[in-house]
Design a binder for this molecule. Structure first.
Ligand SMILES: Nc1ncnc2c1ncn2[C@@H]1O[C@H](COP(=O)(O)OP(=O)(O)O)[C@@H](O)[C@H]1O
Ligand SMILES: [Mg+2]
Length: 405
């Protein structure tokens, strides 16, 4: 047990980078030298296209993907997302730059090595599913193993395992034409996983699905990923999808990555107006947790404080609620200004009997979206407590509401 935790800790401290993209460029067109020169001189994408006939699809893109994580790229149509993924498995040949996958530069691989790479190391899932209509579900899922020469019993055993994993048990003999969009994409995912790839490339895999099956599939993908710990490069043009799925998110514009970071980083500190505009449509309540918006309570009192002190504290801080804590900072309850005034009127020695106990509290890792209703039912800022019940902050209704999009 101890041994295991030591191993895990060292994994956490030194993440393994499985894919490293460096200064990747892809130009479509003949006159690429002229295009590069214009790019270096600061010309824009449309100007370059007009002058040289060259499309700058990707311009100096660099990023790292950690083993076992999901890296998402997001950007408007035409911003270069598909070209990036298609370069990773060399369906497109980059104009310049390096793509180091498990330490080898895929741009330098020969045909044989590339064949091997696509068959056994990197699988792809497409938006349009790409299933073979003359084969049933099982036939589609086993296909990759079949071309690798795996025998029938073994490949069907493995395929059934994957079919079960994506929740299509009982559908293996159905024709793919009988399936809904969501189910077709489950087949697409099972097929990609059947090769047991080290890296899964997914180019807008859920964009063709209706919103409900899309949400199901996002959930499904996250639970599959948790089980198999696959590394995934995931392309989308939906900001909420990118933030829900990605450990790291890159936001693209005109062939460049404008900003790269965790969803929280991006939500809290967008680098420029483009990013801000992009983030505008996203639901911040599903990305930000209580710890991001909580503040230090300005009015703290002890449970034996006398009513005069409580009233003075609240007046000085211009608030109408005091947070009551015990000796070890443990949260006890709140005293309202009215309660304290009543206690003073009744000449009570302390606020003890006017403390409201049992008021709702939240923990700091809870998503903002999950506390909206508690917060609106509670007439004062919610107390944030740690796992030992100690008060670590408060979160106001205003702070929560200002993060609703
Ligand atoms: N095969 C191609 N030939 C010429 N231009 C292309 C080709 N593929 C993509 N492009 C252009 O490259 C740019 C990036 O395209 P793409 O990578 O498909 O963007 P996205 O996936 O973000 O929509 C676009 O301007 C597109 O028109
Ligand atoms: Mg695309």
């Amino acid at each position: 047990m101890n041994q295991e935790s030591v191993v895990n800790e060292s994994e956490v401290t030194s993440p393994e980078i499985i894919l490293s993209v460096r200064h990747l460029c892809k130009f479509y067109g003949i006159n690429r030298l002229a295009a590069r020169k214009m790019l270096q001189e600061g010309s824009g994408k449309s100007e370059i296209l007009q002058e040289t006939g060259v499309t700058v699809a990707i311009d100096d893109v660099s990023f790292d993907v950690e083993k076992g994580k999901i890296f998402t790229l997001i950007g408007p149509s035409g911003s270069g997302k598909s070209t990036v993924v298609r370069c990773i498995n060399m369906l497109q040949c980059p104009t310049s730059g390096k793509i180091l996958f498990e330490g080898s530069d895929v741009t330098k691989m020969n045909r044989h090595e590339l064949h091997d790479l696509r068959r056994s190391k990197i699988s792809m899932v497409f938006q349009g599913f790409g299933l073979m209509s003359h084969r049933d579900v099982l036939g589609n899922v086993t296909y990759g193993l079949e071309v690798r020469g795996v025998d029938k019993i073994e490949r069907e055993r493995k395929a059934m395992e994957m079919i079960e994993l994506v929740g299509l048990n009982g559908w293996e003999r159905k024709s793919t034409g009988d399936l809904s969009g969501g189910m077709k994409q489950r087949v697409g995912i099972a097929r990609a996983l059947c090769n047991d790839p080290d890296l899964l490339l997914m180019d807008e895999p859920f964009s063709a699905l209706d919103p409900l099956s899309r949400r199901d599939m996002q959930f499904e993908l996250l639970s599959i990923q948790k089980k198999l710990e696959k590394t995934i490069v995931f392309i989308t043009h939906d900001i909420n999808e990118a933030f829900k799925i990605g450990d790291t998110v890159g936001i693209m514009r005109d062939g460049r990555i404008e900003q790269l970071g965790t969803p929280e980083n991006l939500a809290l500190s967008p680098a420029n107006d483009y990013i801000k505009e992009f983030l505008y449509g996203m639901d911040r309540t599903k990305i930000l947790s209580v710890k991001h918006i909580m503040i230090t309570p300005s009015c703290l009192i002890h449970d034996h404080a006398d009513p005069h002190t409580a009233i003075r504290e609240m007046n000085e801080n211009n608030v109408s609620t005091a947070y009551v804590i015990g000796r070890a900072m443990e949260f006890i309850g709140v005293v309202t200004l009215n309660g304290a005034l009543q206690a003073r009127h009744d000449k009570l020695p302390s606020v003890l009997s006017v403390i409201m106990r049992g008021v709702p509290t939240v923990e700091q890792d809870v998503m903002i979206g999950d506390i909206i209703s508690v917060a609106s039912d509670t007439p004062f800022p919610l107390a944030v407590v740690d796992d030992r019940g100690r008060l670590s902050g408060i979160v106001s209704r205003a702070a929560i509401l200002s993060n609703l999009s």
